[in-house]
Write a protein that binds this ligand. Structure first.
Ligand code: SF4
Length: 53
């Protein structure tokens, strides 16, 4: 998987994490909110996350 230096990420538990540095390897990710109105950073998440097999 190729590193995407436009998407910084430190979720090393994710299948798409670039293990050698704090980046994602996907070309595009989906960011979602899990409350009707996002008021803090905790209201947002990466919906492209997948667990490692
Ligand atoms: S898919 Fe989301 S959580 Fe997974 S490495 Fe990429 S940005 Fe991080």
């Amino acid at each position: 998987m190729e590193v995407n230096k436009s998407i910084g990420c430190n979720v090393s538990e994710c299948k798409y994490h670039y293990k050698k540095d704090s980046y994602c390897t996907l070309n595009k990710i989906e960011i979602v909110k899990h409350e009707p109105m996002a008021k803090t950073v905790e209201c947002t998440d990466c919906a492209s996350f997948e667990t490692m097999k």
